[in-house]
Write a protein that binds this ligand. Structure first.
Ligand code: GTP
Ligand code: MG
Ligand code: ZN
Length: 388
C-alpha cells in the first residue's frame, strides 16, 4: 500500500512502510522529476548549444547563461514520420524578409513564403528565417527551420528589444575593414569579433582598399593588423579594384560556407566579384556613400564561389549592438583578456579596477593593446545600447 504521506515528501519516515514500498516510491518520484526536467529543458524551441569557455582559473564552465534564440519556428516536433515524407529539405540562399529563395537538396531553386501563422511563434528576431538556414518545405511554403549550428546576431537598430540575425550555419566570417571611405571604427570591429566568438565562428579580417593607402597609413595599418594577428585572428590584405590578395581570398573561401560583413561601401560585393568575375553582383558608386550613405546590397544572398565554397553577401551595417551577452561573460569573448584573466587575484574580477587584476597589469605593460581594452571597457559600460 502507498501511504499518502509519500506525496507530502515525508515517505522517509513513514512508520510501517516496508523497504520495498519505500524503494518503489523513490523510483516513482525520480521518474516524475525526470519527466518534469525533460518537459522543461529538452523539449523547448530554443537553441541551447551554449558555447562555454572553461575559466582559466577555476577550470569549471563559467558561462551558465543560455543564448535563448528560437531556432525551430514550430519547434520541429509537430511533424510525424509520414508528414515528413511530403516535406522537402533545402537551404535559404536569399532572404528579402517577405520571400525567400531556397535551394532544395534536390538542386532546384524555389521562391518561398513563410507560413503566415508561424511568423510570430516565439520569434524575437526581426528576421525569423535567414540565409544559411536549413528549412523544411511544403511546396513553396517554409514550414519549419532546422536547429542552427551557429549564427551571427546583433541588436536590431530600430526595434530595441529585437535582434537581427545576419546569417546562420556558417564556417567562417569575413569582416571587411577599410581605413578610409569609409573609416571602420575599432569598436565596431571588436563588437563584431565578440559576437562571432560567442558562437566560436572563426573570423578573418579583410583589410580592403589597400590601393588607397599612403605609405604612412600603410605603416599604421600593419601595426593594427599585427595586433589582431597576435591575438589569433586571421587577416588578409586586399584590393578589389587592383586585384590584390584575391587568390588568397579565393583559397580561404574554398570548401566552406562563409559570410562577408562590414560597413556599407567597404567593398564586400566588389570582393565577391573579384573572386568570381562571372557573378556581377551589384556594387555601389563611391560618390553615393558620401552623399547619402546608401546601401547597395539590400538583401543577404549566398553565392557559389568559383574555387569552391559559398559566400553570403550581406547589406552594410552601420552599428553593431551586442545582444544576449552578459557583462560578466564579456571578457570570455576577448581571447587575450580571457587568457590574462587566469592571473587575476579574484575569480569574479571584472578587470576594471579590482586589486590584483592581471588584465589591467597586462594593459599597463603592453601585453594587451590599449585600444582593445578600451573597447572592452566601453562594452562593459553599455552592452545593451545599440552601437552608433
Ligand atoms: N579603390 C578601391 N575601391 C574599392 C575597392 N573595393 C571596392 N571599392 C569601391 O567601393 C565602392 C563600394 O563597393 P561595394 O562592393 O558596393 O561595397 P559594399 O561593401 O558591398 O557596400 P554595401 O553593399 O552598400 O554594403 C565601389 O565604388 C567600389 O568600386 C578597393 O579595393 N579599392
Ligand atoms: Mg554590397
Ligand atoms: Zn582581472
Amino acid at each position: 500500500m502507498i501511504s499518502s504521506c509519500a506525496f507530502a515528501g515525508m515517505h522517509f519516515n513513514c512508520p510501517g512502510s516496508p523497504p520495498e514500498t519505500a524503494a518503489a516510491l523513490y523510483v516513482f518520484l525520480y521518474y516524475i522529476c525526470f519527466l518534469i526536467y525533460n518537459s522543461i529543458f529538452q523539449n523547448n524551441h530554443y537553441d541551447t548549444q551554449i558555447k562555454t569557455r572553461k575559466s582559466p582559473s577555476s577550470g569549471a564552465c563559467s558561462i551558465p547563461s543560455l543564448l535563448l534564440i528560437p531556432t525551430g519556428i514550430s519547434g520541429g516536433n509537430e511533424f510525424t514520420e509520414s508528414a515528413l515524407k511530403y516535406l522537402e529539405r533545402g537551404i535559404v540562399i536569399k532572404s528579402t524578409g517577405s520571400w525567400y529563395t531556397v535551394r532544395k537538396d534536390s538542386g532546384a531553386c524555389v521562391e518561398c513564403k513563410l507560413k503566415g501563422r508561424l511568423r510570430t511563434e516565439g520569434i524575437r528576431s526581426t528576421n525569423p528565417v535567414v540565409v544559411g538556414d536549413r528549412v523544411l518545405l511544403e511546396d513553396d511554403l517554409i514550414r519549419d527551420i532546422e536547429p542552427r549550428r551557429n549564427y551571427l546576431i546583433r541588436k536590431s537598430t530600430n526595434l530595441s528589444k529585437q535582434s537581427h540575425i545576419i546569417a546562420a550555419n556558417v564556417d567562417m566570417a569575413f569582416l571587411v575593414v577599410t581605413f578610409r571611405l569609409p573609416e571602420t571604427p575599432v569598436e565596431f570591429i571588436d563588437r563584431f569579433l565578440v559576437a562571432a566568438e560567442a558562437y566560436r565562428i572563426p573570423v578573418c579580417l579583410v583589410f580592403n582598399k589597400m590601393d588607397m593607402f599612403s605609405s604612412k597609413e600603410l605603416v599604421q595599418m600593419k601595426h593594427f593588423e599585427a595586433i589582431y594577428r597576435t591575438i589569433g585572428y586571421r587577416t588578409i590584405e586586399t584590393s578589389a579594384t587592383e586585384l590584390i590578395g584575391i587568390d588568397a581570398l579565393q583559397q580561404m573561401f574554398a570548401g566552406k560556407v562563409s559570410v562577408i560583413a562590414g560597413l556599407s561601401g567597404t567593398g564586400k560585393s566588389s570582393l565577391i566579384n573579384a573572386v568570381n568575375p562571372g557573378l556581377q553582383v551589384r556594387v555601389g558608386d563611391m560618390s553615393d556613400y558620401h552623399q547619402s550613405g546608401k546601401h547597395t546590397t539590400t538583401f543577404a544572398e549566398m553565392f557559389p564561389m568559383q574555387g569552391g565554397g559559398y559566400i553570403i553577401d550581406t547589406p552594410g551595417i552601420r552599428g553593431f549592438g551586442l545582444i544576449h551577452i552578459e557583462k560578466e561573460e564579456l571578457y570570455h569573448f576577448f581571447p587575450e583578456i580571457f587568457k590574462a584573466s587566469a592571473g587575476c587575484a579574484f575569480h569574479n574580477c571584472r578587470h576594471i579596477h579590482e586589486p590584483g587584476c592581471a588584465v589591467v597589469e597586462a594593459v599597463e605593460n603592453g601585453g594587451i593593446s590599449k585600444f582593445r581594452y578600451h573597447s572592452y571597457l566601453s562594452m562593459m559600460e553599455d552592452t545593451q545600447s545599440k552601437y552608433r
